[in-house]
Design a protein around this ligand. Structure first.
Ligand SMILES: [Mn+2]
Length: 325
């Protein structure tokens, strides 16, 4: 095992799974520096063979010391770059959470039973294994920590503090820390505001009523929000699609962005639908089977209207085709 190696820094995802991975790794490695990033900006970070990367794609060609991941789609990307991932120092496995990958790895040699309930909750949250909207909305200790992080995923000081707390204490106690509880509460009141906005715009997509369309094109600088909140009003929906204008320095441009994800669906539908493929076929973006995003630039308002309609119509068509496949 590699824990004898002296890794000096850790780069991890700025979400609950990423923070939890950092906490568990910190039991075995004494990091001087922990950095939080997302898949889109991690390529700009500097790191070396003394760095551990968790819950993020391994950004070839730069090397890191050790790598834990559970996004197997990253294997395909590495293959496409001509990299044999089996030669990389790390573990990538198809598991609901990256914490699960790390837990299984260290459990071979260490007694980590105390971590088991937290790892189970992480699988549920990061693997999005909720039965339905109410199950997703149910407030649990792990979700309280998740909400506290989501309030501001740029709050690195808070996330570093959480890493130490989760390393040294039971997550049930961490969830009750006043700062964590207060941030989670604040996040939930923001969600309540988002629900009000969603109620006004959400509607079943004509031609594919199982898709809930959130058309934000006419809104001025709409906030980012969790799309799944739309199931509050349409519990029978299977997917949520948002379309919004892109803004530059607060000014609306002719650029459009879309994002779409599957909701609480059964395995049968999950195995048929591939939203990432829809985006790639239209050549406007990419993503996973269950969630993907796209964007396109237009030269005029006319073109923007035309192209938006074309893209939306194509999504309806592809959805119905995939569903029937
Ligand atoms: Mn993850």
């Amino acid at each position: 095992m590699s824990e004898s190696t002296n890794y000096k820094s850790l780069v991890t995802h700025f979400d609950l799974d990423g923070v939890a991975c950092a906490a568990l790794c910190s039991l075995f490695w004494d990091f001087e520096r922990i950095t939080f990033a997302g898949p889109s900006n991690m390529h700009r970070l500097s790191y070396d063979l003394e760095t551990v990367v968790t819950d993020l794609p391994h950004p070839h060609p730069r090397e890191c010391g050790f790598w834990f991941d559970h996004h197997v789609a990253n294997i395909e990307e590495l293959k496409a770059m001509g990299v044999d991932y089996t030669t990389l120092n790390g573990v990538i496995e198809e598991k609901p959470s990256c914490l699960r990958v790390i837990y299984d790895y260290f459990s071979k040699e260490y007694e980590l039973d105390e971590w088991a309930p937290f790892v189970d909750e992480l699988d549920l949250i990061d693997g999005f294994q909720f039965r339905d909207y109410d199950h997703w909305q149910e407030i649990t200790p792990a979700k309280t920590i998740d909400h506290a992080i989501k309030l501001d995923f740029n709050d690195n000081a808070f996330m570093r503090k959480l890493v130490r707390e989760l390393r040294d204490n039971d997550y049930l106690d961490v969830a009750q820390l006043p700062e964590v509880a207060a941030k989670a509460e604040q996040f939930r009141s923001t969600q309540a505001e988002h629900l009000k906005m969603i109620e006004k715009i959400a509607k079943p997509f004509e031609g594919a009523e199982e898709i809930i369309l959130l058309d934000l094109r006419e809104l001025r600088n709409p906030p980012n929000f969790e799309k799944n909140l739309a199931y509050h009003y349409f519990p029978q929906g299977k997917a949520v699609l948002t379309i919004r204008s892109m803004f530059k320095q607060g000014v609306k441009t002719n650029g459009m962005s879309l994002s779409m994800s599957l909701g609480f669906v059964d395995d049968a539908l999950k195995s048929k639908i591939n939203i990432g493929e829809m985006m790639r076929k239209m050549d406007i973006g990419s993503g996973h089977p269950g969630a993907a995003a796209g964007r396109f630039e237009c030269k005029s308002k006319d073109e923007r209207e035309r192209k938006s309609k074309e893209v939306l119509d194509t999504i309806v068509k592809m959805w119905n085709e995939q569903k029937a496949s």
